[in-house]
Design a protein around this ligand. Sequence first.
Ligand SMILES: [Zn+2]
Length: 89
Amino acid sequence: MERSQRRLASDELLAAIVSGDAPVFHPNTGQEIAEGVEITLSPSARAGLEAPRFCQLCGRRMVVQIRPDGWEARCSRHGEVDSAYLGQR
Ligand SMILES: [Zn+2]
């Protein structure tokens, strides 16, 4: 996978996750989260051990790469998240 110096245009997704914004779309199932509905994440997903499959801002399926030490996920619109940024290992 190409890993260039080019910065992605957006880090909105990372910013949303780091700041703990409530997801609009479920990161594991991609379903839209209606207002007032509590999302239930599996324990491993809640701990950040499970890579998100869908962008929580737009519901797009993300490009996910699993590494031995974590994961990275990229939404074409909202940028890239790396588990390393989230303080997980
Ligand atoms: Zn997105």
